[in-house]
Write a protein that binds this ligand. Structure first.
Ligand code: AKB
Length: 314
């Protein structure tokens, strides 16, 4: 039985991961932490502690209090915010990760942290981007992600910490908003489709990026953490993806369920520049071969469910 501490538990991934892990491993075995509390189900349905990930002592003491054997470190700034505040991003993303790894080392705990398609850069092959390839990102977020992957591998090699990670694409969900990412348009478009029947995209047509629906992302985290370590050739981090589309294609998918839905464009140069530096589509073969990565949602199935859930929510 696992006993898991999650940082950034009230963010986009954590809000749903916390509840799913509580279903699987038991409510009292999943300790949600974040820098602020809110009245979400993740905060209210089980153990919750305030933890600032830049405070190592606070993280270690919380982990010891609950005797955790797994640390899932989610707290981080996303790409667009990191690009606007690069020094803050370095301190939070790298300082938080180092503290998370130190906590895992001290408690002899298994460790997970997400990497991103943002770890790739303009000189990376753009289509079917391999697992092992050129990684020279041109954003602060990407620099953090590549350095983070190396750091997590270092903790595995030097201290035998069982570190594992996923290079997530844009994650699409209806529970908590992402905030500060480049792929956020692919979430906002569903909210605007339900509220107004139209969306003005800050990402230009023809810009392809990998995406995944949150239930598939949560299953990928759990499957990777449960995988037999003897079968893992890679650790930090695995390419995973379920689909790749541009704004026109997601808009066409939405128009199948929202008659008359229209997309227009007001491109944000800052976020467009980040998107242009990322792959069009990545190759997840290593994840499939080493631990059986799979996904269930393609674009249309995800669109149908997103619209149904958002109609109930809004
Ligand atoms: C972002 O857009 O910053 C994230 C990511 C792909 O890592 N969603």
């Amino acid at each position: 039985m696992k006993r898991i501490l999650i940082t950034g538990a009230l963010g986009q991934i954590g809000s749903e991961l916390t509840l799913k892990l509580r279903d699987i491993y038991g409510t009292d075995n999943v300790i949600a932490t974040d820098i602020k509390k809110n009245d979400s189900e993740a905060a209210e349905s089980g153990p919750f502690e305030l933890v600032d990930v830049t405070n190592l002592n606070q993280m270690v003491e919380t982990a010891k209090k609950y005797k955790v054997d797994t640390v899932m470190h989610l707290a981080a700034l996303l790409s667009a915010t990191a690009e606007a505040k690069p020094v803050f991003a370095w301190n939070l993303n790298m300082g938080g990760l180092l503290n998370g790894l130190e906590t895992a080392r001290e408690l002899n705990a298994q460790f997970f942290t997400p990497s991103s398609i943002g770890a790739f850069g303009p000189s990376t092959p753009k289509d079917n981007t391999p697992q092992d390839t050129i990684m020279r990102p041109s954003t602060m977020y990407g620099v953090n992600k590549v350095a983070g992957e190396l750091l997590a591998d270092y903790y595995h090699q030097k201290y035998a910490v069982d570190t594992r990670g996923l290079r997530f694409p844009g994650l699409i969900s209806y529970v908590a908003l992402p905030g500060g990412g480049t792929t956020d348009y692919a979430v906002e478009i569903y909210y605007e489709a339900v509220k107004n029947g139209q969306y003005t995209s800050y990402i230009d047509k023809g810009t392809y990026m990998d995406m995944m629906y949150m239930p598939d992302a949560l299953n990928a985290i759990i499957d990777l953490m449960e995988a037999d370590s003897a079968k893992l050739i890679h650790r930090n981090s695995f390419n995973v993806t379920a689909m790749s589309f541009d704004p026109e294609e997601i808009a066409s998918s939405i128009a199948k369920y929202v008659p008359g839905f229209e997309i227009s464009y007001n491109v944000d140069p800052a976020r467009q520049k980040i998107a242009d530096s990322w792959p069009n589509s990545i190759d997840a073969t290593a994840a499939k071969e080493e631990w059986g990565f799979k996904f269930e949602y393609d674009l249309d199935r995800m669109t149908k469910e997103m619209l149904e859930k958002l109609r109930q929510k809004l």
